[in-house]
Ligand binder design. Structure first.
Ligand SMILES: Cc1ncc(COP(=O)(O)O)c(C=O)c1O
Length: 405
């Protein structure tokens, strides 16, 4: 019907679709447990709400500069100094509508048609589609040992004459893995050696467990000049539980940031002003909510991993961060979409199929919800899969009898 080639090639975000499915079933009164979500359930920090309200109270909610209001850039500059030990100028900062838009405008700014972007497997569902929207070609790089941690050689092997950029997300959605310092240092050096852009998606880097500290990619390079091709992306979405505000940012050299700002100015203009004010409140306000969230997630991670380990045949890698776990269910079913559909149909548990993240046989399970739901969700999954479990299960006020093997 005359749609563009790109439009025809782009899939709907499967994780956002799962949110919709869960909401529809809940509205129908189904006892759904949503283990495919991508957002913390805590409230936004009060400083964010008050700052946002102060703008709304004026009744004067106007366009902002396309690359963000100066006060938010200032807060981001301070954040970058505090957490990366790096002093950047306002011209090195762009504020976007979420980390998603920051990555998207970065890709638009650096890719020519058919140029390739290499990223490790498993990967965040949106990377391949975002690269395609920008006219590029996604090149997922799988670990040669089939695990969650590709080596620098695995990344290097995926690089070809058309490669323009490498895209790294650590801690990783969906595996929860934090890549090693050696790997990150190796990738930074590899990108420099091959003159490639390197986008570091640090969306989850404050949500790390077991006393680990986030690595700082700037530690691995001596190039702090305006020639550097390193772009670092962050957002308020996950660490402050502010997904709905849609504020993220990128730090890069002045030339690429200017190009990104030009694209954004023609695409959406600046992010919504009330959201920018909220982000100023969050970044400049009391920071204790991040640690409270991090500790809650670490506890939920422990509960989820313990329960998964109790299911015979399930292989689970303990996540180092994020709020996702990516267990291997292939002992039960190799086709992850089939397994995800089966769990939804039989026991009303929503899970995200591993195939969407580049790895069959796995499911992505989130532990950002209530502990009670995590426990019950895993109980239901075990009941549905493990033939040794009891014959009956109570689902809300319904009694289920297992009539499948
Ligand atoms: C790895 C990764 N990067 C970026 C984003 C997008 O963040 P935002 O909501 O700020 O656009 C997400 C959201 O799920 C994510 O998992």
């Amino acid at each position: 019907m005359g749609l563009s080639q790109i439009a025809r090639s782009i899939k709907e975000s499967p994780t956002l679709k799962l949110n919709e499915t869960a909401a529809i079933l809940r509205d129908k009164g189904e006892p759904v447990i949503h283990l495919a979500g991508g957002e913390p359930k805590s409230k936004a920090p009060i400083d964010a709400i008050l700052q946002c309200a102060s703008l709304l109270n004026t009744g004067e909610v106007r366009y902002t500069p396309a690359d963000g209001v100066p006060a938010l850039k200032k807060a981001v500059i301070r954040y970058t100094e505090d957490h990366y030990g790096r002093l950047v100028a306002p011209e090195n900062v762009i504020i976007s509508s979420g980390a998603k838009q920051a990555i998207m405008v970065a890709l638009h700014a650096i890719l020519d048609p058919t140029e390739e972007v290499v990223f490790p497997v498993p990967y965040w569902v949106s990377y391949p589609e975002m690269v395609r929207i920008a006219g590029g070609v996604p090149v997922p790089a799988a670990a040669s040992d089939g695990g969650f941690r590709p080596s620098v050689q695995d990344i290097e092997q995926a690089i070809g004459p058309a490669t323009k950029a490498i895209l790294i997300n650590s801690p990783n959605n969906p595996s929860g893995v934090v890549y090693s310092r050696e790997f990150l240092a190796g990738v930074v050096q590899l990108a420099e050696k091959r003159d490639l852009w390197l986008i570091m998606d640090d969306t989850y880097n404050r949500l790390i467990f077991d006393g680990r500290q986030p690595d700082n990619c700037y530690d691995f390079t001596d190039d702090h000049s305006e020639q550097s091709k390193l772009i670092v992306v962050n957002c308020v979405s996950k660490m402050y539980a502010m997904t709905g505000f849609r504020i993220g940012w990128a730090i890069g050299n002045r030339e690429v940031v200017r190009a990104m700002a030009n694209i954004q100015s023609q695409q959406t203009s600046g992010p919504a002003a009330p959201s920018q004010w909220a982000a100023i409140g969050a970044l400049n306000g009391v920071q204790s909510s991040i640690e409270a969230l991090r500790m809650t997630l670490e506890n939920a991670r422990n509960v989820m991993v313990d329960r998964l380990q109790a299911i015979p045949g399930v292989q689970v890698t303990r996540p180092d961060g994020t709020f996702y776990c990516f267990p291997d269910f292939s002992a039960y079913e190799k086709d992850s979409r089939k397994l995800s559909d089966f769990l939804l149909e039989k026991v009303r548990v929503v899970t995200a199929p591993g195939k969407e993240f580049g790895m069959e046989g796995h499911l992505r399970l989130s532990y950002c919800g209530a502990l009670r739901e995590i426990k019950e969700g895993l109980e239901r999954i075990q009941w549905a899969l493990d033939p040794e479990s009891a014959n009956e299960l109570h689902l809300g006020n319904r009694k289920l009898v297992r009539d499948w093997k």
